[in-house]
Design a protein around this ligand. Structure first.
Ligand SMILES: Cc1cc2nc3c(=O)[nH]c(=O)nc-3n(C[C@H](O)[C@H](O)[C@H](O)COP(=O)(O)OP(=O)(O)OC[C@H]3O[C@@H](n4cnc5c(N)ncnc54)[C@H](O)[C@@H]3O)c2cc1C
Length: 359
């Protein structure tokens, strides 16, 4: 996998504290302040709960990401339930988290965490990103998140559904290899093509027994020939749009890839293929021997352990992954509430035969 760099400017997320006004204690390396009244209440509540740490909690949730924060928040809505939320990441009360346009500053920082039944770590899937860049005729300062427009397309009209997602970035990105070869000016914009139904499969592996040892990610991008075909079609589509007459007033010149053909285009695609930051599927839900969790998110052969995050997707979804992870968190919380009969009126229902529907 190539490492992408932002050429012009310098993510992201984790403003998930809206869920934390209740009874979940979030333990992080530092404090978790944000601005505003609500945040003040969260902050005070968290301080109090942290100072009263207990030796026993009803639930321990590991990771306050898109799914984990939802699971903890929903469980903590019940005042009789105690939840400990363990979060390894850094403090959220910094501009790089609270201001959308600052997201790239988190890349490579402490806030970006780098990530055994036989299936654990297998089946790695990610969307593959490909950068096509144009120099601005007149440079515009980036606005909002810098990434505001997207569309889906088919690389082949015979496909049932789109396999490409293209996003317009107001700044240029590139793999390190192509940044060296094409040297995109900072005042550039790009169409970032994405392969969103990849057939290639990778894996992640531990490199040591220390929890702080890095993991090794083998993404295997473009190892399936259909992915390479889709990638080439994607770059051709981006070029067609980027060089089209309606965009000419904004464009001084095409920076990369230019009119490459055959092997030269294939080499560009291989050099550029990088992560869309949508890593999923390494603890997949299912029933075969490579499945890690069952339909209720229980880890096979381990008592009292469930997984709720992007890793349980058997196949990566066709599109951005954050919202589905929130839904996974919602479903996990619902399963736990029903299974442990936590008394939330809307969800704590037995089925029509008086049975627990999730067990
Ligand atoms: C740079 C970037 C940009 C993205 N942009 C978008 C986008 O625009 N739209 C979109 O839909 N998706 C986007 N995504 C993807 C989206 O953020 C993820 O798919 C989603 O957040 C995954 O949710 P999750 O719950 O599986 O894991 P995460 O949200 O990653 O949560 C995992 C949490 O666990 C914590 N953790 C890890 N190890 C430990 C440990 N040992 N102990 C305690 N805590 C631990 C981590 O710190 C983290 O907070 C982006 C991702 C990145 C990295």
């Amino acid at each position: 996998m190539t490492v992408r760099c932002l050429v012009g400017l310098l993510l992201l997320h984790k403003a998930n504290h809206r869920f934390l006004e209740g009874k979940a204690v979030i333990m992080t390396l530092a404090s978790t302040d944000l601005a505003g009244d609500f945040t003040e209440r969260v902050r005070a509540n968290q301080r109090k709960l942290r100072s009263e740490l207990k030796s026993h909690y009803d639930f321990i949730v590991c990771g306050s990401g898109s799914s984990g924060s939802v699971v903890a928040g929903r469980l903590a809505e019940n005042p009789d339930v105690s939840v400990l939320l363990l979060e390894a990441g850094d403090d959220d009360d910094v501009p790089s988290v609270t201001e959308a346009g600052q997201w790239p500053a988190n890349l490579g920082s402490q806030r970006e965490w780098r990530f055994q039944s036989p299936g654990v770590g297998q089946n790695f899937q990610d969307h593959v990103a490909l950068d096509c860049v144009w120099e601005y005729r007149e440079a515009f300062p980036p606005r909002n998140s810098m990434v505001e427009a997207t569309f889906f397309w088919r690389s082949d009209s015979s496909l049932d559904s789109p396999d490409l997602q293209i996003i317009q970035y107001e700044v240029p990105l590139s793999s390190a290899q192509n940044a060296t070869g094409f040297n995109p000016p900072a005042a550039s914009w790009e169409l970032c093509g994405g392969i969103v139904q990849p057939k290639s499969r990778g894996r992640i592996r531990l490199t040591g027994s220390d929890p702080l040892d890095p993991v090794q990610i083998e993404s295997n991008f473009l190892s399936h020939p259909d992915d390479l075909k889709a990638a080439i079609a994607c770059v051709e589509l981006c070029r067609e749009i980027g060089n089209s007459a309606p965009l000419r007033p904004f464009t001084k010149r095409e920076v990369m890839p230019g009119a490459l053909k055959g092997l030269a285009l294939e080499n560009f695609v291989r050099d550029d293929a990088s992560s869309y930051w949508h890593m999923t599927s390494t603890a997949k839900m299912g029933r075969d021997e490579m499945s890690v969790v069952d339909g209720n998110l229980k880890v096979y052969e381990i008592e009292n352990l469930r997984i709720a995050d992007g890793s349980i997707m058997p196949r990566i979804i066709t599109g951005n992954t954050m919202a589905p992870c929130v839904v996974i968190g919602e479903r996990a919380a619902e399963i736990l509430r029903i299974h442990h009969k936590l008394g939330t009126p809307a969800t704590n229902k037995l089925d029509n035969f008086g049975r627990d529907p999730v067990n």
